[in-house]
Design a protein around this ligand. Structure first.
Ligand SMILES: [Zn+2]
Length: 500
């Protein structure tokens, strides 16, 4: 009986999955080739799909099946996990009052519009009242969520909604440890690189050449974007992102321009792309393959960006290839100067322009402010000045105006509350996995220096990509490395990389 009911549940989920993938194809088209004037009809298409998805995933029969199947011992490990993932989402979606969800969604759209105006006019007060309302609604939602999940802290409940298993106290502990290492270490690195010349970073590279370099990086990473043989595509957009269009179709995008940034961003999106493509095909159309966690998603992308793409090993292989492709633009450089420039550390007001070392502090600042807002310790009025103080204290930079400060990211002016922490937790997770990869497959270094990335890629495919959402993020790290998540591996990794 359980078997029949399980099959029925998966059949229903497959419909939800298909709708999601249609939305993916539409997103790809919207971002890459859609004529701008088509946006109104496109919005209707998106709305229709999300309404259908909502109906399918909250209907009574779906809930009945889930209730019958949870705690059913006839199911195997995979089936149990699929039921668990769906039930978590169903319980939230069906128990939070629909009016509150509607109000939040409307207020997010409204706030997002005022944010655009406020940002363009460099005037935070334009968006302040909308932001206040949005936060109140989010606190209300999170309090209800905490009740449903039996967690005594609303912000922890909200974090756990996206990144199951993490609590505020635990993240605070990880981030404090990382912060006390990063702040002095960044200063030491800045002192060491003071006399180095990074002029080459500003040399213009024609777009046609950039395209070739991007394609060459993708080939090295074994991301097949050939239309006849591959599962990927490379598109051009304003803001790089990866778009899943189906189990055999995960596409990355690039914004051409600043050459060094293009190479880093490509390696980042390749991580998301490979993660999507290398899900276990046995679990196709199942929640295990389609559910994700922000921390795990960023763990894969920041791993490919920093532990592969801008590693000394990969760069020593790729440097002569890049020199050749760029037709003499960088021929005067020796590898050591290039590598120091490529991995240059430069504190900045913008998260999007942050280097590997300073990135974590941008995230820690956002997490600390968000946590204190949810706890009622600080007010929306105080946000801009607190933001600026933290940037000065942690990164030593002066924020010239609120558009380049508190208003730089769309997250808080939209639906992405309790989201930022995943970006840095992913870095911590990736560092621990990398340490484990290094101790179990030490040959990865010499292989990578010869352009063979298969050791490191296979490790990730086997231990992370193919596992999908079988484990919650912290459990995955423990399962693979045998240890609970620790900041020590992140610290050790950076100390080794930035010694010069
Ligand atoms: Zn990413």
């Amino acid at each position: 009986m359980a078997n029949e009911e399980y099959k029925e549940l998966m059949k229903k989920y497959e419909e939800i999955y298909i709708l999601g993938s249609i939305s993916g194809v539409l997103t790809w088209d919207t971002e890459t080739t859609m004529p701008r004037n088509a946006i109104q009809h496109r919005s209707k298409q998106f709305r229709y799909i999300s309404e259908q998805t909502h109906k399918l995933s909250t209907n009574e029969q779906f809930g009945l099946l889930l209730n019958k199947l949870s705690d059913n011992d006839d199911l195997n490990k995979i089936e149990k996990r699929n039921v668990e993932l769906l039930k978590r989402r169903y319980d939230t979606a069906s128990k939070i009052p629909i009016d509150l969800v509607g109000e939040m969604s409307a207020q997010s759209k409204k706030t997002n519009e005022s944010w655009k105006t406020a940002k363009s006019k460099q005037n935070f007060s334009i968006v302040m009242n909308d932001l206040k309302k949005l936060i109140e609604l989010n606190i209300d939602y999170s309090t209800k969520l905490a009740d449903i999940r039996g967690i005594n802290d609303p912000y922890s409940a909200r974090i756990s909604e996206r990144d199951f298993g993490f609590s505020v106290d635990q993240i605070t502990k990880y981030f404090n440890e990382a912060k006390s290492f990063l702040i002095p270490f960044i200063q030491q690195t800045l002192d060491k690189q003071r006399d180095l010349d990074f002029e080459f970073r500003n040399r213009p590279v024609p777009k046609t050449v950039q395209v070739k370099v991007v394609e060459e990086i993708a080939k090295s990473f074994k991301y097949d974007f050939n239309r006849e043989t591959g599962l990927g595509r490379i598109g051009e957009v304003e803001h790089p992102l990866t778009i899943g269009c189906g189990p055999q179709d995960v596409r990355i995008t690039v914004k051409y321009g600043d050459f060094i940034q293009v190479m880093n961003a490509t390696a980042h999106e390749l991580g998301h792309g490979l993660h999507g493509i290398h899900k276990n095909q046995e679990y196709v159309y199942q929640p295990i393959n389609s559910f994700g966690f922000p921390s795990l998603g960023e763990c894969t992308s920041r791993y490919t960006e920093n532990k592969i793409g801008n590693s000394r090993e990969f760069q020593s292989y790729f440097f002569p290839i890049m020199q050749k492709l760029t037709n003499g633009i960088f021929d005067d450089l020796d590898f050591e100067s290039y590598f120091r420039g490529f991995t240059r550390v430069k504190p900045h007001t913008s998260r999007m322009e942050a280097d590997e070392l300073t990135y974590g502090l941008h995230i820690i600042i956002r997490f600390e402010l968000e946590r204190d807002l949810f706890a009622g310790k600080i007010s929306v009025e105080e946000l801009p000045s607190l933001w600026n103080e933290k940037y000065k204290e942690y990164l030593g930079v002066n924020v010239p105006n609120d558009s380049l400060g508190i208003m730089q990211d769309l997250h808080w002016y939209n639906v992405y509350w309790a989201y930022f922490q995943g970006y840095f937790l992913g870095d911590l997770m990736g560092s621990q996995l990398h340490h484990h990869m290094n101790s179990t497959n030490p040959e990865w270094k010499t292989n990578m220096m010869e352009g063979d990335l298969s050791t490191v890629l296979n490790y990730n495919i086997e231990n992370v990509y193919s596992k999908g959402a079988l484990y919650d993020p912290l459990d995955l790290v423990k399962h693979v490395t045998g240890e609970s998540l620790q900041t020590k591996y992140f610290v050790d990794y950076l100390k080794e990389k930035y010694t010069f």
